[in-house]
Design a binder for this molecule. Structure first.
Ligand SMILES: Nc1ncnc2c1ncn2[C@@H]1O[C@H](COP(=O)(O)OP(=O)(O)OP(=O)(O)O)[C@@H](O)[C@H]1O
Length: 236
C-alpha cells in the first residue's frame, strides 16, 4: 500500500483536471457481437464543482461514470486522473484506489447502505472501509438528521436513505463522489433535499460527478456533459 499512498493518482496537485478522458471506446459483449456503449469520447472533468453527465436513456451516462470510477476499463482510449494515466494500473491497484479515494452512490437508496446495521453503524463502516477515522455524529449533524444514529436504516424514508448515502460518501473522505441517477427513485421534495446535500458537498470542496437526465440536477451543475448514442454531444 505504501507505494499507492505516495503515488496516488487521485491526489490533485496543480491545475490538472480530475479526469481527462481521451478517445475512449467501451464495448459490451452481446450474443450478436460487441456493441459500443461509448465511442470516441473525449472530455475533461474539473477537480471541483458539480459535473453532470446528461443524455437520454442508453446514451452512455452510466458507462462513462463507471469508466471514471475505475470500474470499467475502456476497450480503447486513455483515462488520466489528476494528469496521470491509469491505463497501466493493475486490477489490485484500481481496486485499492476505488476503495480509498472514490465514493459511489447508486440509484436505489437501500443498495447504498447495509440494511442490518444502524444509521451510525453505516457511517462508521463507510469510514472504516476507506480506512479513515469515523465521526458519525458530525456527519449526521452535517446531514441535518442528528439523533438518528441508533435508527435502523429501514426506518428512514427513501430520501433520507439517499442523504445518508451521500453522508457515507463524505465519511469516506474521498477525492471524488460519483453518483448514478441518485434522485430517480425519489419524489420532487425528497430529491431537492438530496440535491441540497450534494450542493453542500461541493461547497465543502468535494467534486461530485452525477449521471442524470433529471432537469433539477442539471440546473445545479457547474458543468454539463451531454451524451447521445455513446458520443459527446456537448460539453459546456
Ligand atoms: N452490461 C451490458 N451489456 C450489454 N450492453 C450494455 C451493458 N450495459 C450497458 N449496455 C448498453 O450500453 C449503452 C449505454 O448504456 P448506459 O447504461 O451507459 O446508458 P445510460 O445513458 O446510463 O442509460 P440509462 O439512463 O437508461 O441508465 C446502451 O445501449 C446499453 O444497452
Amino acid at each position: 500500500m505504501a507505494e499507492l499512498l505516495t503515488d496516488d493518482p487521485l491526489v490533485t496537485e496543480g491545475p490538472a483536471p480530475l479526469f481527462e478522458v481521451d478517445r475512449v471506446r467501451v464495448e459490451y459483449p452481446t450474443p450478436a457481437g460487441p456493441v459500443p456503449a461509448l465511442e470516441e469520447v473525449t472530455v475533461t472533468v474539473p477537480a471541483d464543482g458539480l459535473t453532470v453527465l446528461a443524455g437520454p436513456s442508453g446514451s452512455g451516462k452510466s458507462t462513462l461514470l463507471r469508466v471514471l470510477g475505475l470500474i470499467d476499463r475502456p476497450t480503447a482510449g486513455r483515462v488520466r486522473v489528476s494528469g496521470r494515466d491509469v491505463g497501466g494500473l493493475g486490477h489490485r491497484q484500481r481496486r485499492l484506489l476505488r476503495r480509498d479515494r472514490i465514493a459511489l452512490v447508486v440509484q436505489y437508496p437501500p443498495e447504498n447502505l447495509i440494511g442490518h446495521l444502524t444509521v451510525g453503524q453505516n457511517l462508521r463502516a463507510a469510514a472504516e472501509s476507506a480506512r479513515v477515522p469515523a465521526d458519525p455524529d458530525a456527519v449526521l449533524g452535517w446531514l441535518g438528521i442528528p439523533d438518528t444514529a441508533d435508527w435502523r436504516v429501514e426506518a428512514l424514508s427513501g430520501g433520507q436513505q439517499q442523504r445518508l448515502a451521500f453522508g457515507c460518501a463524505l465519511a469516506r473522505r474521498p477525492a471524488v463522489v460519483l453518483a448514478d441517477e441518485p434522485t430517480s427513485q425519489l419524489d420532487a421534495a425528497s430529491a431537492a433535499l438530496v440535491l441540497d446535500v450534494v450542493d453542500r458537498l461541493v461547497a465543502d470542496g468535494v467534486p461530485v460527478v452525477v449521471a442524470s437526465h433529471d432537469d433539477e440536477v442539471i440546473a445545479r451543475a457547474h458543468r454539463v456533459v451531454r451524451l447521445r448514442e455513446g458520443r459527446i454531444e456537448e460539453a459546456a
